[in-house]
Design a binder for this molecule. Structure first.
Ligand SMILES: Cc1cc2nc3c(=O)[nH]c(=O)nc-3n(C[C@H](O)[C@H](O)[C@H](O)COP(=O)(O)O)c2cc1C
Length: 164
């Protein structure tokens, strides 16, 4: 028997994770579309695959699930404003956002992100009310910095435990 919505939401709140922005060009308008995700993970070393989950009712769902390529930008602790903007429906995500263009796939990427990843869309699986999008990593640009994390509906930073 499935758990209640309340229990399920508690599971979600308890799963701390890194915050990333997934972006692509909307083929129709040529504008950048994207969303904030905490579901981004590395999947396979050989070949180098990554994945994220996207809800069916995201307005960027059609563009992101038909695009041949997408960008993933892992955010730094200084980029909470961008995380909020890309998690808000109906706002203009192109306004006040500085983008870079990927050097290999030309996908849009968030400027100054901790890591910028250029992915070719590899496979898409339907799963419940989400789709799982798997990307083949064609290029990546890491920088020094601190990751932005999300836990219990709050943004935060990583604090290592003292060495024991
Ligand atoms: C920290 C955080 C993590 C999120 N992770 C995901 C995710 O992994 N998948 C998803 O579909 N939505 C996720 N969301 C919600 C979307 O960012 C949000 O619904 C977004 O507005 C959807 O895009 P749209 O504006 O194009 O509809 C997350 C939101 C936050 C604040």
């Amino acid at each position: 028997m499935p758990v209640s919505g309340e229990v399920y939401r508690h599971i979600g709140r308890s799963a701390a994770g890194a915050v990333s922005i997934v972006t692509a060009f909307d083929g129709a308008s040529d504008r950048v579309v994207g969303l904030t995700v905490s579901s981004f993970v590395t999947l396979s070393f050989d070949p180098p695959l990554v994945m994220f989950a996207i809800q069916h009712d995201a307005s960027c769902y059609p563009a992101l699930t038909t695009s041949e390529a997408f960008g993933v930008s892992l955010l730094t602790v200084h980029q909470t404003e961008i995380a909020r903007r890309f998690a808000t429906k109906g706002v203009d995500k192109n306004a006040n956002t500085r983008f870079d263009r990927g050097q290999v796939l030309r996908v849009p990427l968030i400027a100054d992100a901790l890591v910028q990843v250029e992915c070719r869309t590899h496979e898409i699986f339907a799963s419940g009310d989400h789709a799982i999008v798997v990307g083949l990593v064609e290029a990546a640009r890491p920088r020094e910095g601190e990751p932005l994390l999300y836990f219990a509906r709050k943004f935060g930073s990583f604090v290592p435990l003292p060495e024991s």
